[in-house]
Design a protein around this ligand. Structure first.
Ligand SMILES: NC(=O)c1ccc[n+]([C@@H]2O[C@H](COP(=O)([O-])OP(=O)(O)OC[C@H]3O[C@@H](n4cnc5c(N)ncnc54)[C@H](O)[C@@H]3O)[C@@H](O)[C@H]2O)c1
Length: 339
């Protein structure tokens, strides 16, 4: 099996590359990544010298480069993780980059899939395209929930997903789109919620919390997300959409409290003005995915264990963490990041 993985140098993509190469001895991976501030070849140091792994630097919005790579490598599947992903960055600057990476990028990959008859293209997307659920609401996002994105990042992801849908509806290009909830685990960029809270707590800095902190997310361990994508490579139906979540709804404040218990120290928080367009609650109905035989290993009852392992990983990999934290501030000094 030969996979073209785009965005494989980021958080979820690098976990996926490691996962599939370990699980499938016959799996060859070409990692196509632009290496933006979020991409880091160090994330894949364990496989860098494996003859089954190749890295190619490039932009998924560049049709000429993508066509040349797909025509030459003839992958059995393309899995696209490449995207501009940070919500605050999409609000405070650089929205054009989001349109190129998150809308144009998937279109270019759809076109290459169609032109070179790639058997399968999986577009990795997010539950944020569905907008927000109420705190007192019992509803969850299903694959039929209408898109209602509230932030520029989510709107661009929704645009990319709709382009994918149209390629299947119009040309029968074999594309699957996934909508996953919030991921946590090793190699997550240090400005994101869980790693940022850990680092600030360890450095005795206060953690900025948006608004009342009662924003609910359905946290999933990145390995469970990778296992779901692996399942879809063999059992998913082209033209279908699959929601991926761990049935693990937690408010931001609850997660901070759990991290306090794990770290065994107080975490000072400071309330900051809310993020504009901030979605109150996300929750995934993953029944369709589970019918394929997949289930999260780190569901609600094992969340604390998953968090504990993640914290342990960050503590053991402080060189990696400090390099990326420095890079994050240097590249976007004007962006304030809260959780
Ligand atoms: N992190 C989450 O909680 C989460 C949840 C659901 C869905 N997703 C989706 O999963 C995917 C991966 O998310 P992540 O958190 O790993 O992101 P990330 O920001 O950590 O990594 C993104 C990667 O894409 C690369 N990239 C960006 N623009 C590119 C371009 N134009 N061409 C080629 N490479 C480019 C970056 O260099 C980086 O390696 C995204 O599509 C995101 O929308 C993420």
């Amino acid at each position: 099996m030969k996979l073209l993985v785009s965005g494989g140098a980021g958080f979820i993509g690098s976990n996926f590359v490691r996962y599939v190469m370990e699980k499938h001895a016959d799996c060859r991976v070409i990692n196509f990544d632009k290496l933006t501030y979020a991409g880091n070849p160090e994330n894949l140091r364990e496989v860098a010298d494996d003859p089954r792994y190749t890295f190619v630097k490039g932009d998924i919005a560049d049709q000429v480069a993508v066509d040349a790579l797909v025509e030459e490598s003839k992958p059995d599947a393309i899995v696209n993780f490449a995207a501009e992903t940070h919500v605050d960055r999409s609000i405070h600057g650089g929205l054009r980059d989001f349109v190129f990476a998150n809308v144009m990028g998937p279109q270019v990959l759809c076109e290459a899939t169609k032109k070179f008859k790639v058997p399968l293209f999986i577009q990795i997307s997010t539950d944020e395209v569905y907008g927000s659920l109420g705190l007192d609401d019992r509803a969850k996002f299903t694959e039929e929930t209408a898109f209602a994105p509230n932030m520029p990042y989510a709107a661009c992801k929704a645009g990319g997903d709709l382009v994918c849908r149209s390629y299947f509806q119009t040309f029968k290009t074999p594309i699957i789109v996934t909508h996953c909830s919030n991921n946590y685990g090793p190699y997550q960029f240090p400005e994101k919620f869980i790693p940022q809270t850990v680092f600030k707590a360890l450095a005795d800095e206060s953690v900025p919390i948006y608004g009342d902190g009662l924003y609910v997310r359905d946290w999933i361990h990145v390995n469970d997300h990778c296992r779901a994508i692996d399942t879809l490579m063999t059992k998913g139906a082209p033209g279908e959409v699959y929601n991926i979540g761990a049935d693990n709804e937690r408010s931001n404040i609850d997660v901070v409290m759990m991290l306090r218990n794990i770290l065994g120290k107080e975490i000072q928080t400071v309330r900051v003005a809310d993020r504009p367009g901030h979605d109150r609650r996300y929750a995934i109905d993953a029944a369709k995915m589970m019918k394929l035989g997949w289930a999260p290993e780190y569901g609600r009852e094992k969340f604390e264990e998953g968090l504990r392992r993640t914290v342990g990983w960050y503590q053991e990999n402080d060189v990696w963490v400090n390099q990326l934290r420095k890079r994050s501030v240097e590249m976007n000094p004007h962006i304030r990041v809260a959780v």
